[in-house]
Design a protein around this ligand. Structure first.
Ligand code: SF4
Length: 459
């Protein structure tokens, strides 16, 4: 149960805060996110006022339980609203919650919406990481995607961000766009890498019903990239990133050492996060909460419960599935200790048969031979090669996961678990040899290619 004010029920650990800003200059041709184009400054101000109210209400419940160590302004296009409004929201958060001195605060920015004044204002407000929605450097692809910026605007915005003082910058890039050749994708990624951003997210275009691109594909005007091309583009990206010393720490995210996105690692390691704003999702003390999606209702909401459209207390079975499909998104994979912290159970005793089957099919690897004796906690030796980034991975993604089951966002650090139970905590009593502690598993490249099918084994 939620209780107000300084309860000791929280994890006591670090909290991530996601703030949704649902405004954009205009809707992109592929976008089905909860966002609105063409709204005026007055509506942005009203929304910021409503957000500040929500911050106070939620802080009354949660502030005493956590220290905030990551903030993520996503959208939408947070950079399309006045920088003064964003600074007020940051001030509201800092006045209401306890912040870790090293808090990572990210803002998503469309290159077509920033200037030097805005970028400097973000830094003054404590926003120290910039996630740029670059998507492509090709004029044709940017036009097809309906982006408001061109290649030159991106290069100028990046230069301004570095000049302002941003030392941690992500580029979101997109592949498998209709008409995009493999060569064009490789050229785009290489140009992006030449600028040496700290982090690169690379996603294949998902063609969603209700979008302009969907309609154009449906009408036969555009041809979606086929699966084989999509996979070739993905593996080409991995090779280019590796050659340039970017290590992949999650299926779609790579970075220079030490620049994993802290916020998104929380999603993939089942750590607590609080969503604020329209449609924002939270995961708090084992409960997934979906935020209200109606803007008019959001603007007048005034109580804790008014902001929710769904609430689901994770069952044991939810935790078991989520620990697997979120953890296996990370290049470092999932350890028996992490699994036990999230579920109270042994990894091998829960999924031994599935792990063996997947390993036999070349879809998954483990750091020791699977089979009798696995996970004794003693070093069984042998095993296969280490996954890339193993042991170093700490974590982004652009937007919030859409709720239960949608894995988009690690950490070599142990997830804190529901009650602050660290790896050596929950369920360890009586846990003996063969329970999977000491074991680590991760997906092979072949497994990544059919990850959704692999994840079904753990549902
Ligand atoms: S893709 Fe991003 S910038 Fe484009 S409409 Fe959607 S939220 Fe806005």
């Amino acid at each position: 149960m939620l209780t107000k004010g300084g309860s000791t029920q929280g994890s006591g650990g670090g909290l991530g805060i996601y703030v949704h800003i649902p405004f954009c200059v205009k809707k992109c041709a592929y976008c089905d996110f909860l966002s609105f184009g063409g709204r005026k400054h007055g509506e942005h101000s009203a929304y910021a006022a409503a957000l500040l109210r929500e911050i106070r209400i939620k802080a009354d419940v949660y502030a005493g339980r956590y220290t905030v160590d990551s903030v993520f302004f996503g959208g939408g296009t947070p950079s399309c609203i006045d920088a003064g409004l964003l600074a007020r929201i940051m001030e509201g958060l800092k006045a209401s919650f306890r912040f870790a001195p090293s808090c990572e605060a990210t803002i998503e920015a469309n290159p077509g919406t920033v200037d030097a004044r805005k970028l400097e204002a973000y830094l003054r407000a404590g926003i120290n990481r910039l996630s740029m929605g670059v998507q492509s450097t090709s004029a044709r692809t940017l036009a097809l995607l309906g982006r408001i910026h061109g290649r030159q605007a991106f290069l100028e915005a990046y230069g301004l961000a570095r000049a302002a003082g941003f030392k941690n910058i992500n580029f979101d890039l997109m592949f498998a766009v209709p008409g995009q050749s493999e060569g064009e994708w490789a050229e785009c990624l290489e140009e992006a890498i030449s600028l040496r951003p700290e982090h690169i997210s690379f996603y294949s275009l998902q063609i969603e019903e209700g979008t302009e691109i969907y309609d154009r594909c449906h009408a036969g005007e555009l041809a979606p990239a086929d699966e084989a091309v999509d996979r070739r583009m993905y593996h080409r990206a991995l090779a280019i990133l590796e050659k340039n010393a970017y290590f992949r720490y999650e299926i779609s995210n790579a970075c220079r050492k030490g620049f994993e996105c802290r916020h998104n690692l929380k999603y993939w390691s089942m750590q607590d996060y609080l969503g604020l704003g329209l449609g924002a999702h939270s995961f708090l003390e084992g409960v997934r909460i979906g935020g209200i999606e109606d803007l008019a209702a959001y603007l007048v909401a005034a109580q804790e419960g008014d902001y929710e459209c769904e609430r689901h207390a994770n069952t044991e079975s939810d935790n078991i599935s989520e620990a697997m499909f979120l953890g296996l998104r990370r290049a470092a994979g999932l350890s028996g200790e992490e699994f036990r912290a999230a579920t109270g159970k042994g990894l091998y005793e829960t999924f031994g048969a599935q792990l063996e089957k997947l390993a036999a099919a070349g879809l998954l690897e483990a750091d020791r031979p699977l089979g009798a004796g696995t996970g004794s906690g003693d070093d069984a030796g042998g095993g296969s090669t280490q996954p890339q980034g193993r042991g170093d991975a700490r974590p982004q993604g652009s937007t919030q996961p859409q709720g239960r089951g949608d894995a988009r966002p690690q950490g070599s650090t142990q997830p804190q678990g529901r009650d602050g139970c660290a790896a050596k905590g929950a369920g360890r009593d009586g846990a003996g040899a063969g329970d999977g502690d000491g074991l680590r598993v991760w997906l092979t490249p072949k497994g990544i290619d059919i990850s959704n099918t692999v994840f079904l084994e753990f549902m």
